[in-house]
Design a protein around this ligand. Sequence first.
Ligand code: MN3
Length: 204
Amino acid sequence: MSTFTLPSLPYAYDALDAVIDAKTMETHHSKHHQAYVDKLNGEVAADSNLQGKALGDIIANISKYSAGTRNNGGGHWNHSFFWNLMTAPGTGGTPSGPLAAAIDKAFGSFDVMKEKFNAAGVGQFGSGWAWIIVKDGKLEIVSTPNQDNPLMDVASVKGTPILGNDVWEHAYYLKYQNRRPDYLNAWWDVVNWDVVSKHYEAAL
Ligand code: MN3
C-alpha cells in the first residue's frame, strides 16, 4: 500500500543553481525526500491508526505515533513545503502588502527579520529547520530539531509556518561545506515571496 508520494518540483534541478547546485537539489529531492516518503509509507502499512489519515492530521497529533512516523512524516511535510517556497535566483521579489507590514511590525525591518532568521538557523544545533510562523496573528521566528515542525503537537512553540529553511547538512554541504551561515545568507535570493504571502494570508 502506497499512501504518500514524492511531489514533483515546480522547477528543474538546476533552476536554483547560483544558490543551490543541481546535484544537491537532485539528491535532496530524489533520494532524501523519497526516503522520507518510502519510510512514512512503511509506518502507515504497519500501523492501522495511520491508515486513511491526511498528513496534516498525522502531524498535528504526532505524539500519538512512533518516532519513525515523527521523523518521516515531518520529513515529507517539511520538504513538500520547502520546495514550493523557492524560485530561480533573483526572481522571487520581496515581501509586499500585508506580509511586508507584518514583518516590519514584528521585527522592525526586512533586514532585521533576515538576521534573526539566519541566527535561528545557525543556532539550531545539529540538524533541523528555521521557520517564520504565524502565532496568535503575529509573526515569530523559531527553529525545530530534526524533522520536527511548528505544526506538531510536540513543538515547544506552535504556529503555522509561512517560510522554512532546511539546515540539515544534506541541504547545502556540496556547495557550502561547513559554512551554514553562507548558505542561509545566499538562500534569500531564491525565496518566492508570492508563495510566502499566500501562506501568511491563509494563516491569519
Ligand atoms: Mn532536507
